[in-house]
Design a protein around this ligand. Structure first.
Ligand code: P6P
Length: 324
C-alpha cells in the first residue's frame, strides 16, 4: 500500500511537475487531516452548532466552518510557495508570500448544514499558478481549465482524499496512523447512468428545460428515456460528486426563476471548477447548460454558476434541451 507522500514524490517525478506544487498540495492535505480530526470529535469537542456569525455569502456560519477555514489559512500561510488564498468564508483574498508561485482557493467545509446531523461534509480545494505581477483579485480569476491541481477531502464513513494534478485521479483513504493510503487509481465516470441528484423541492421554480429533463427521467421505462431512474440528494455537493465519481450519476443545481440575476447557488471558483476538473479527468463532464464550466472566464471570486455535472450522456441531454 502506497502512502500519499510516496505517491506524490513519484507522480511529480513521472510528470516533471514542480516540487513547489507538491509542497502546496501536501500542506493543504495536512490541514485537511486536522479538519478531519475536528469533524470526527463533533460534540465531544463542543464544536457543533452555529458560530453566531455570517459569511460573505450571507449564510450563517457553523462553528466548524470557521474552524476549518482558520486551520487551512494558518497552515497554508506557513508555506512560502503560497502567494495567496481565497476562501468561501473570506470576502477578499488573503495575501501570503510575495514570491510564492501558487494560489489556493477552497470551500473549507462544503455541506456544513449536515454537520450537526452527522452526514458527510468535505473540503474542496483548487490550486492555480500565480500570474506574474502584484497579487490582486484578478490573479485568481482564471478559468477552471487553468487549474494546476484540485481535490477534495470527504469526511464520511471514511476520510478520503481525491486528487488530480491533471494526470489522472487518485483516491486515498486515511488510516489509523493518520496517513492517507492510495486505495484507488483512475476511477472512471460511466457515460450512462440511472441515478440523478437534484433538490426536487425547487421544482416549481425550474426553467422549462430542467422541468422537461426531470419529467423525462421520472417517466421511467415508458417515457422517452426508456429506463427507470433512482434519485439521491445529500445536500453536500462533495458527497454527491464522490458518489458520481465512484458509480456514475448526474447532479444538477440549476439557475431557477426565484432570482433570474443569480445563475444558481453553487460557486464557480472553489466548488464547481475543482470538482469538474476531477470529473473531467475521470471521463465525466460539467456544464452550466451553455458551456463547459471549465471554459467560463471568472468575473468574481464568489460568483455563482448553474451546475450540471457527471455522466456524459445525461449532461449532454440537459445541454441539448437548453439549445432547443
Ligand atoms: P440545498 C451545501 O450548502 C451546498 O453548497 C452544496 O454542497 C449542496 O449541493 C447544496 O448547497 C445544497 O443546497 O438548497 O439543497 O440546501
Amino acid at each position: 500500500m502506497q502512502t500519499f507522500s510516496a505517491f506524490l514524490k513519484a507522480h511529480l517525478a513521472a510528470h516533471q511537475l514542480p516540487e513547489d506544487l507538491g509542497s502546496v498540495v501536501t500542506t493543504t492535505v495536512e490541514a485537511c487531516k486536522n479538519i478531519s480530526n475536528q469533524v470526527r470529535q463533533g460534540a465531544l469537542a463542543g464544536i457543533l452548532g452555529e458560530a453566531g456569525t455570517g459569511n460573505v455569502q450571507g449564510e450563517d456560519q457553523k462553528k466548524l466552518d470557521v474552524i476549518a477555514n482558520n486551520l487551512l489559512i494558518e497552515k497554508l500561510k506557513t508555506n512560502l510557495a503560497v502567494a495567496g488564498i481565497a476562501s468561501e468564508e473570506e470576502e477578499t483574498f488573503v495575501a501570503c508570500h510575495e514570491n510564492g508561485g501558487y494560489l489556493v482557493l477552497f470551500d473549507p467545509l462544503d455541506g456544513s448544514s449536515n454537520i450537526d446531523v452527522n452526514i458527510s461534509v468535505g473540503t474542496i480545494f483548487s490550486i492555480l499558478a500565480k500570474p506574474q505581477g502584484p497579487l490582486s483579485t484578478e490573479s485568481f480569476l482564471q478559468k477552471g481549465n487553468d487549474q494546476v491541481a484540485s481535490g477534495y477531502v470527504l469526511y464520511g464513513p471514511q476520510t478520503q482524499l481525491v486528487l488530480t494534478l491533471k494526470h489522472g485521479v487518485f483516491v486515498f483513504t486515511l488510516d489509523h496512523y493518520n496517513e492517507f493510503i492510495l486505495t484507488r487509481e483512475n476511477p472512471q465516470v460511466p457515460e450512462q447512468t440511472k441515478e440523478f441528484a437534484i433538490n426536487a423541492s425547487n421544482q416549481r421554480h425550474w426553467y422549462e428545460p430542467v422541468q422537461q429533463y426531470i419529467s423525462d427521467l421520472l417517466a421511467g421505462e415508458h417515457g422517452t428515456r426508456g429506463k427507470n431512474y433512482n434519485m439521491r440528494w445529500v445536500a453536500s455537493m462533495v458527497a454527491e460528486v464522490h458518489r458520481i465519481l465512484m458509480r456514475g450519476g448526474v447532479f444538477l443545481y440549476p439557475a431557477d426563476q426565484r432570482d433570474p440575476a443569480k445563475p444558481g447557488k453553487l460557486r464557480l471558483m472553489y466548488e464547481a471548477n475543482p470538482l469538474v476538473l476531477i470529473l473531467q479527468q475521470a471521463g465525466g463532464i460539467g456544464s452550466n447548460t451553455q458551456q463547459n464550466i471549465l471554459d467560463i472566464q471568472p468575473e468574481g471570486l464568489h460568483q455563482r454558476v448553474s451546475v450540471v455535472l457527471g455522466s456524459k450522456e445525461e449532461v449532454e441531454k440537459v445541454n441539448q434541451l437548453h439549445q432547443q
